[in-house]
Design a binder for this molecule. Structure first.
Ligand code: BES
Ligand code: MN
Ligand code: ZN
Length: 477
C-alpha cells in the first residue's frame, strides 16, 4: 500500500473514495471548512445519529459536486489516538468492501503518534482473507492512498511494518489447519530468514533427542509431526537488550482423547494464534530493524486423537527435568509451552513474554476483547501495559496467585496439567511458571482476542492478529 502526500484540496482530489474525519460533536462549520456547502449538506444527509463518534461512518455518492466519486464521513470522536485508529480502520474496511483503488484521506494535521494510528488502523481495516473465494467475488485492496493534510510521517515505517506483520499473523490463523500444520508453519517462519533473521527448525527426531516430552506427547497423536522453531533477530550493531517471545503453536486443537464438542472444534485452527503473533512480530522487525536482539520460540504441534495419542495418567518428562501427570489431554498448550519456556530460560534473555490461546477460562473471565496478563514482575507488567495502551489493544492483569499452586499438586509426578474449574486461567499460568528459570517472564492469554467468527469493529472475521502491535512496541522499546 502506497501513501502519497499531495497538496490537492479535498474538493479537487480525484479519488474513488474521499475520507473525511469528523470530530464529535459533528458541526456543519467543520465540514464547510474542508468542503464548502457540500460538506454541510453531507452532514445533514448523514442524519442526527451521526455524531462524529469513533466507528461511525456515512458514505455518499458525490454526484460530481467534488472531484472524487464517493465521500465517507468518519467519526474521530474527541481525536484521541485510538479513535483515529478506529475511524480510518473503518474507512479502510469500507474502501476494501467496495474495491476502491484510489482513496484520499482528509485527516486534519496529525502528530506522529496519531498518524501511526491511522496507518495501523488502515491496514487492519483493509485486510480480508478471501484467497479461497471465487475470483469475481474478491475485491482488490486500494492501490494508493492520497494524504491531503500535513501529517508527521516519522513513524511511517514502523506503522506499515506492524500493519504487515499483523496481516501476516491473521493470514496464518485464517489458513485452514489442513494447509497450515507444524511443517508448513515452520516454512512460514523460514520464509522470514534474511541477513538479520536466522531461523532454526527441529524435526520430531531432534525434538525427542532434546527430551521435549511435552511437545512430543501432544504431537504424537497426529499424522503431522511437530516442529520446534527458533527465530532470532540480530541488529547490525550492538544490541541494547535481548528479549524473547514464546508462542503456542497448536495448529489444530481437537482436544486429544478429551475430544472437544463440535462447536469447539469448528474454530480450533486458531490455537496457533500465539505462534502467529510471534511470526507477525518478526515480519515487523525485518522492516523496523531495531537495535535489540529478539528471540522467537514456537512449539508447533497438532493435538489429535489416534492410536498413538497421549493418554490420561501418562507421566511426561519436560526438558527441564520436571515431570507432569496428564489429567486432561485438552490442556495441551501448557505442555508445549513448558518445553519452550525451559528452552528460552537458557538463552540469558533480559525478559520474555509467552503468548497463547491458552484457556477458555480467560475468555469467560475477560470476554473477547481482553488478553489476560500474568506476571509477578510489576515493572514488566507496566512495560507491557504501556505498549498495549499505545497499540490500542486491551489487556488486563490477573493475579499469579501462588497460593493456588496447590491445585496443581500431583500424586505421582511433580505437577499435574490441570488445576480444576476455579481460576482456570490462573492455574494455567502457574503451571507455566514451573518451567521458567532465572528469567523475567510474563504470560499473555489471548484466547479471547486471537480470533472472532464475526466482524469486530473494523476487523473482518477470523484471526485478529492480537498483540502483534503491542509486542512489537514492547520488544523494540
Ligand atoms: N486452546 C484451548 C483454549 C481456548 C478455548 C482457546 C477457547 C480459544 C478459545 C486450550 O487448549 C484448552 O482446551 N483449554 C482447556 C483447559 C482445560 C482442559 C483445563 C479449556 O479452556 O477448557
Ligand atoms: Mn486444548
Ligand atoms: Zn489449545
Amino acid at each position: 500500500m502506497n501513501f502519497i502526500q499531495s497538496q490537492t484540496t479535498p474538493s479537487a482530489v480525484e479519488a474513488d473514495l474521499l475520507v473525511v474525519g469528523v470530530s464529535a460533536p459533528a458541526t456543519p462549520e467543520e465540514l464547510t471548512d474542508t468542503l464548502g456547502a457540500f460538506g454541510a449538506e453531507c452532514l445533514a444527509a448523514a442524519g442526527s445519529d451521526f455524531k462524529g463518534n469513533a466507528g461511525q461512518i456515512a458514505v455518499f455518492h458525490t454526484f460530481g459536486r467534488v472531484a472524487s466519486k464517493r465521500i465517507a464521513l468518519v467519526g474521530v470522536g474527541s481525536g484521541s489516538a485510538g479513535e483515529y485508529r478506529r475511524a480510518f480502520g473503518r474507512a479502510g474496511s469500507e474502501a476494501r468492501s467496495r474495491g476502491d483503488q484510489t482513496v484520499a484521506l482528509s485527516t486534519g494535521a496529525l502528530d506522529a503518534n496519531r498518524w501511526q494510528e491511522v496507518v495501523e488502523g488502515w491496514h487492519e481495516g483493509v485486510y480480508r482473507f478471501d484467497k479461497y473465494k471465487a475470483e469475481e467475488s474478491r475485491k482488490a485492496a486500494p492501490a494508493s492512498v492520497i494524504v491531503l493534510d500535513d501529517v508527521d510521517r516519522s513513524h511511517n515505517k514502523q506503522a506499515s511494518a506492524i500493519g504487515m506483520g499483523r496481516a501476516l499473523a491473521r493470514d496464518l490463523v485464517n489458513e485452514p489447519a489442513d494447509a497450515l500444520y507444524p511443517e508448513t508453519l515452520a516454512q512460514q517462519a523460514l520464509a522470514l530468514a534474511n541477513e538479520q533473521i536466522s531461523v532454526e527448525v527441529w524435526d520430531f527426531d531432534r525434538i525427542k533427542a532434546a527430551n521435549m516430552g511435552g511437545v512430543e506427547a501432544v504431537g504424537k497423536g497426529s499424522n503431522r509431526d511437530p516442529r520446534f522453531i527458533h527465530l532470532v533477530y540480530r541488529p547490525n550493531g550492538p544490541a541494547r537488550k535481548k528479549v524473547g517471545l514464546v508462542g503456542k503453536g497448536v495448529t489444530y486443537d481437537a482436544g486429544g482423547l478429551n475430544l472437544k464438542p463440535g462447536a469447539g472444534l469448528q474454530t480450533m485452527r486458531c490455537d496457533m494464534g500465539g505462534a502467529a503473533t510471534v511470526v507477525g512480530v518478526f515480519r515487523a522487525l525485518a522492516d523496523i530493524q531495531p537495535d535489540v536482539e529478539v528471540h522467537g520460540i514456537i512449539g508447533a504441534v497438532e493435538n489429535m486423537l489416534g492410536g498413538s495419542a497421549y493418554k490420561l495418567g501418562d507421566i511426561l518428562h519436560i526438558s527441564n527435568g520436571k515431570t507432569v501427570e496428564v489429567h486432561n489431554t485438552d490442556a495441551e498448550g501448557r505442555l508445549v509451552l513448558a518445553d519452550c519456556l525451559s528452552y528460552a530460560s537458557k538463552l540469558e534473555l533480559d525478559a520474555m513474554v509467552d503468548i497463547a490461546t491458552l484457556t477458555g477460562a480467560c475468555l469467560v473471565a475477560l470476554g473477547e476483547r481482553y488478553s489476560g496478563l500474568f506476571t509477578g514482575d510489576d515493572a514488566l507488567a507496566n512495560a507491557i501495559s504501556q505498549a498495549a495502551a499505545d497499540a490500542g489493544e486491551d489487556i488486563w492483569r490477573l493475579p499469579l496467585e501462588a497460593r493456588y499452586k496447590e491445585k496443581l499438586k500431583a500424586e505421582w509426578a511433580d505437577v499435574k496439567n490441570v488445576g480444576g474449574r476455579a481460576a482456570g486461567s490462573i492455574t494455567a499460568a502457574l503451571f507455566l511458571s514451573h518451567f521458567v528459570e532465572d528469567t523475567r517472564w510474563a504470560h499473555l492469554d489471548i484466547a479471547g482476542p486471537a480470533f472472532s467468527d464475526k466482524a469486530v469493529d473494523h476487523f473482518s472475521p477470523g484471526g485478529l492478529g492480537a498483540m502483534v502491535s503491542t509486542l512489537t512496541r514492547w520488544a523494540t522499546a
